[in-house]
Design a binder for this molecule. Structure first.
Ligand code: SF4
Length: 307
């Protein structure tokens, strides 16, 4: 019986495929227009890809080799499993359509890979690129994951996203109706944002009709612009684990119950890459705290969505 008070990706995929479905991160060698000078050079202020992508620094190996290696590592866990190839590092639609077509095709040629998750920016999905993704979505399970972080342009400017909320709304409206699942990434606890600002983001995601949300907490990670500011003594607040648990539960309560939850907190980094907040807790403990808090409240995803 399904016991969670929110709709997890693993449950959603299990319902569709009847077995466990793993995401396998791959690095297709992309860069990002917010780093190479096309949109900007410094990147988003919080971003250091190696901190959240286990393959960000993967030496050149083919997509197929990367997936096969990862599958081998997972093979002890379950006999019957399927896989989604997760194009994770940087901006995975940032190439001409024919190049993208061949990379996605290579991933889908690996046995038991039933679909794709493609991480990208809302300003990097021209219609010819969406046409390619739509082709694959006809016969496969395909998620397009848009980095958004916040629906507020003042915040997007502050964190140097290099795109606007309107770019996101436009990308989503051009993606809808193509059989592609749409996921938005958000960060809770961004500088200057109030609880009401974050709940406005939740409501905007409901209104625009995304299919999934990946929720992170703000982490200050070395080699980022926000870390420079933090180390220089600028006042940048981060959340305690209890503050975050309260916040994410309230966020979930305001999110449509139809939206699939891909993630509930940022990768909980340890070691010297993470400057703050240092929680010293494994991710499972944080998820348990979130589950407990929703139980304590007697609430669930969508319980405070206005009809
Ligand atoms: S978060 Fe994404 S869009 Fe921003 S700099 Fe990093 S790779 Fe580029």
């Amino acid at each position: 019986m399904y016991k969670k008070r929110y709709l997890t990706l693993s449950h959603f995929l299990h319902r569709q495929f009847g077995c466990r479905v793993y995401k396998i991160p791959v690095n297709a060698g992309f860069t990002c227009p917010n780093r190479d000078g096309t949109v900007g050079t410094g990147g988003c202020t919080f971003c250091y890809n190696p901190s959240f992508s286990p393959v960000a620094d993967t030496p050149a190996k083919s997509i197929r080799e990367q997936i096969l290696e990862y599958k081998t590592r997972l093979s002890h866990r379950k006999r019957q499993a399927k896989y989604l190839a997760y194009f994770q590092s940087y901006t995975n639609t940032y190439a001409p359509p024919n190049v993208l077509r061949s990379l996605y095709r290579e991933a889908l040629s690996v046995p038991d890979v039933v679909g794709l998750c493609i991480g990208t920016r809302p300003d990097c999905v021209p219609n010819p690129v969406l046409n390619v993704i739509e082709e694959y979505a006809r016969d496969h399970h395909v998620w397009l994951e848009y980095g958004l972080q916040s629906i507020h342009n003042k915040t997007l400017r502050l964190i140097n996203r290099g795109h606007t909320a309107e770019d996101f709304l436009d990308a989503v409206s051009r993606t809808k109706g193509r059989g592609i699942y749409i996921c938005a990434h958000v960060i809770l606890g961004l500088p200057g944002e109030t609880l009401q600002d974050m709940l406005t983001t939740a409501r905007a995601l409901n209104d625009v009709g995304v299919d999934g949300v990946k929720i992170h907490h703000l982490q200050i990670i070395r080699h980022t612009k926000i870390a420079e500011d933090y180390l220089a003594g600028k006042n940048i607040d981060t959340l305690s684990v209890d503050e975050y648990v309260h916040l994410v539960c309230t966020f979930l309560e305001h999110l449509s119950p139809e939206i699939v939850i891909h993630r509930l907190c940022g990768e909980v980094l340890a070691g010297e890459m993470l400057l703050a907040p240092v929680w010293n807790l494994p991710k499972t403990d944080i998820i348990n705290k979130i589950d407990k808090e929703l139980n304590r409240r007697g609430s669930y995803q969508g319980s405070r969505v206005n009809p």
